[in-house]
Design a binder for this molecule. Structure first.
Ligand SMILES: Cc1cc2nc3c(=O)[nH]c(=O)nc-3n(C[C@H](O)[C@H](O)[C@H](O)COP(=O)(O)O)c2cc1C
Length: 247
């Protein structure tokens, strides 16, 4: 059998197509970031860079699934910035630079989820207490307000202890409009809550892998939680994850 060599024209066409797809991917990636990030709404002071997340672990995904439990009591040891960063990366970190795609799946890659972190006094080594927002694109935290608001958050969450006793609470909010603009009402009723579930399971499994403890909290007053974390009006809180060291 003879195999024909590709003609010069075929090679040039293939190269042009390759270049065009690279350009498209780069543009699409920027487009995705621009659409799904609230970075322009807040000041660029008080930014905390998080260390690059680990992509390897001695704990298999099977072991993490087998051991995962909702854990409602926490050791007093503060978390490290690396542990917090790892949890946020697992929840919403960018795992493909070119497209901006993230650790958890998202309908239409529209990424409606925003994460806030409520940090108690002395709860994370080297981090001031306050409410921070996670920026997936740059893997940073932006300080929105200072002060330990865990007791207010606990009151808003039907007085559930873990919300105040955990060193940090990750509050999962959504900007439904990002998804409804493409999928209509189905986006808000189904896709967005499904995505919060994906994010939540990633937090659970990452906590398990780091031997941290967490529980998903769905019982709270929506408006009160939104006010406490300073979420804009177009966002609704869906979940609270208190996280702390394992006892
Ligand atoms: C949507 C949802 C909402 C939940 N809300 C709460 C809550 O408000 N407070 C709480 O202590 N646990 C809450 N949980 C955790 C469940 O109680 C827990 O997952 C269940 O008891 C099973 O235990 P396991 O997670 O250890 O397997 C919630 C779980 C889900 C999935």
């Amino acid at each position: 059998m003879t195999i024909e060599r590709p003609s010069r024209r075929t090679i040039v066409t293939a190269l042009v197509l390759l270049a065009l797809s690279a350009v498209f991917n780069a543009v699409f990636g920027l487009f995705t970031f621009g659409r799904s990030d609230d970075d322009t709404r807040e000041s660029t002071t008080n930014i905390v860079s998080l260390p690059e997340a680990n992509k390897e672990s001695d704990v298999s995904v099977e072991r993490a699934i087998a051991n995962r439990r909702s854990r409602r009591t926490y050791d007093e040891r503060p978390l490290t910035v690396a542990e917090l960063g790892q949890l946020l990366w697992a929840a919403q970190g960018v795992t493909e630079r070119l497209t901006g795609h993230r650790a958890a799946p998202s309908a239409g890659a529209l990424y409606p989820i925003e994460l806030y972190v409520v940090v108690g006094t002395g709860s994370v080594t080297g981090l001031e207490d306050g409410v921070y927002r996670y920026r997936p694109k740059t893997h940073e935290l932006v300080l929105g307000q200072t002060g330990d608001v865990r007791s207010e958050l606990r009151a808003a969450a039907l007085d559930q202890d873990p919300v105040e006793t955990a060193p940090v609470d990750i509050v999962v909010c959504s900007v439904d409009e990002r998804t409804t603009q493409k999928y209509g009402d189905r986006g808000a009723r189904r896709y967005v809550p499904m995505e919060a579930g994906h994010v939540g399971e990633n937090i659970y499994l990452q906590a398990e892998s780091l031997r941290l403890s967490t529980v998903s909290i769905g019982a709270f007053g929506d408006q009160r939680v939104a006010d406490i974390v300073g979420a804009p009006e177009d966002q609704r809180p869906l979940y609270i994850f208190p996280v702390g060291a394992r006892i």
